[in-house]
Ligand binder design. Structure first.
Ligand code: XMP
Length: 513
């Protein structure tokens, strides 16, 4: 679905490309990211109202630096080059880039030489975020300088006639204090976008499209209880009502009462047709004696498909499978470092559609996670579903280290419940990306009353993160940790020691397995 009004972000590999997209959408205009070698074809097929050339890790003169054909400047569409994008403007218009004049990383003081169009309403002196090694040393033909910093005399340029602009700094980063105004000036003032992209308009359009695609067929949706599948189910239900059939599978490695809550919320509150399948025995039988984390993941993934296939075959007339795939999974990301090594194979329901002859429905293929949450809010879904921490597909199986059995899972479920209860009571839940407990295959000595104990150790993990790719351990206040530890040791039999994980990612990962 490319919208009539859209902004095309051409990706040259910047770590901030997705951030540009999020900012533009927050401002109410739909945008898509396309890699530099494909973007022109997409734009020619459906002309955007504006083009943004992203930053990137390369230097424009490097031999294998990414390039875009100069015809991008002749489409008659307003254009903004950011950082590397600015340097591409220079390359195509006889400017010059000096690779190592003054390297600049971090905050810089920008002074405006012209406060019109792009800088309309921006203070003459404003703080911006720089992250580059190259800067312009000659002004491109037909461009003029509109801002400078002490180190970059040509920091922002424009060709007002052609509505082409370039900035050396990153307006999409929050440290660029007036960055949002600058982006807003570009999309509304310069591109003349109408706006109106918001969760409500998304929902209306998505409902129409779902109805058109599905017709009178039935749709099956695997409802895990996570945010993405939950919002997908509610949206689909709005669109096609009883033609939707959800299936929730208890794989035996969920949190305490999780399945009961899913059933209660979706069947009883949202009145969504939901089949509940308790497959605990099958999953735990297959996991018995398995201690290798990757093997646990594979078994859970394969067993899920087996169970789902069997259950879904009862609904023979279903033609579609709904999935909560998000935009970051879809973007063909430009990666100059080659394919990144698979550190952990992440379980998802991929592979199902091919095996089962389903057609796929993925209503959130173009949304970021926070947009899905906003759609959920607009659909009237409660915060306790929308603001949940991410929970991995293999669940507690990768949090009971080593061999898994029912008593250990039950013990961890009890610990986890106390932990999250206290985190919520302390008002820390929403400050944390993920908080969970890990049961270690380690027993240690303790003393309770007058008796010596020899019991399990649990590790508590809480991290802050933007996207799960990097993370820091959360500074949970000592008094909260104290309460958590006391309650766990007093209330959960079998645990006599609690430790707090203070490692960041990298070099550690968020999960322990
Ligand atoms: P790591 O442990 O790799 O985790 O730092 C990053 C994020 O991914 C989640 N995670 C998984 N999610 N299946 C999933 O669906 C998995 O196998 C899996 N392993 C890790 C993890 O909880 C964190 O949010």
């Amino acid at each position: 679905m490319i919208h009539a009004e859209w902004i095309c972000i051409v990706d040259f590999g910047s770590q901030y490309t997705q951030l540009i997209a999020r900012r533009i959408r927050e401002l109410g205009v739909y945008c898509e990211i396309h890699p530099f070698h494909l973007a022109l074809d997409v734009m020619r097929a459906n002309l955007p109202v504006g083009i943004i050339l992203s930053g990137g890790p390369s230097s424009v003169y490097e031999t294998d630096a990414p390039h875009i054909d100069g015809s991008v400047f002749e489409l008659g569409v307003p254009l903004l080059g950011i950082c590397y994008g600015l340097q591409l403007i220079a390359l195509h218009h006889h400017g010059a880039v000096d690779p190592a004049a003054h390297r600049e990383y971090g905050k810089a003081e920008l002074r405006l030489d012209n406060q019109a169009d792009l800088f309309n309403g921006v203070s003459q002196d404003t703080t911006v975020w720089m992250s580059h090694g190259d800067s312009l040393s000659r002004i491109p033909d037909n461009f003029e300088v509109i801002a400078h910093t002490p180190n970059a005399p040509i920091c922002a340029i424009r060709n007002a006639g052609k509505k082409q602009y370039g900035v050396q700094f990153h307006p999409e980063v929050v440290h660029s204090v007036e960055g949002k105004t600058i982006l807003s000036n570009f999309i509304y003032g310069i591109c003349r976008a109408q706006g109106g992209w918001n969760p409500r308009s998304f929902i209306e359009q998505a409902i129409e499209e779902i109805r058109e695609t599905v017709g009178s067929e039935r749709v099956i949706c695997a409802l895990s209880g996570g945010v993405d599948s939950a919002v997908a189910a509610v949206l689909l239900h709005e669109a096609i009502g009883a033609q939707l059939q959800c299936i929730h599978i208890d794989n035996g490695v969920m949190r305490k009462n999780e399945s009961a809550q899913v059933v209660e919320t979706f069947r009883d509150e949202f009145h969504i047709p939901l089949k509940f399948v308790d497959a605990t025995d099958l999953f735990l039988d297959r996991l018995a004696g398995i201690s290798d984390p990757e093997q646990k993941r594979k078994i859970i993934g394969a067993t899920f498909i087996d169970v789902f296939e069997k259950e879904a075959s009862e609904f023979r007339d279903a033609a579609f499978l709904a999935q909560g795939t998000l935009y970051p999974d879809v973007i063909e990301s430009v990666n100059f470092k080659g394919p990144s090594a698979t550190i952990k194979s992440h379980h998802n329901v991929g592979g199902l559609p091919e095996r089962m002859n389903f057609r796929l429905i993925e209503p959130f293929r173009e949304l970021f996670k926070d947009e899905v949450r906003n759609v959920g809010r607009e659909l009237g879904m409660p915060a306790h579903i929308l603001d949940r921490h991410p929970f991995p597909g293999p669940g507690l199986a990768i949090r009971v280290l080593g061999d898994i059995d029912r008593p250990r899972l039950d013990l961890l479920r009890d610990v986890d419940e106390v932990y999250l209860d206290e985190i919520r009571k302390a008002g820390e839940y929403d400050n944390i990306w993920q908080a969970f407990a890990v049961l270690l295959p380690v027993k240690s000595v303790g003393v309770m009353g007058d008796a010596r104990t020899y019991e399990f150790t649990v590790a508590l993990r809480a991290v802050t993160s933007i996207d799960g790719m990097t993370a820091d351990w959360a500074r949970v206040p000592y008094n909260v940790l104290e309460r958590i530890s006391n309650r766990i040791i007093n209330e959960v039999r079998g645990v006599n020691r609690v430790v707090y994980d203070i490692s960041s990612k990298p070099p550690s990962t968020i999960e322990w397995e």
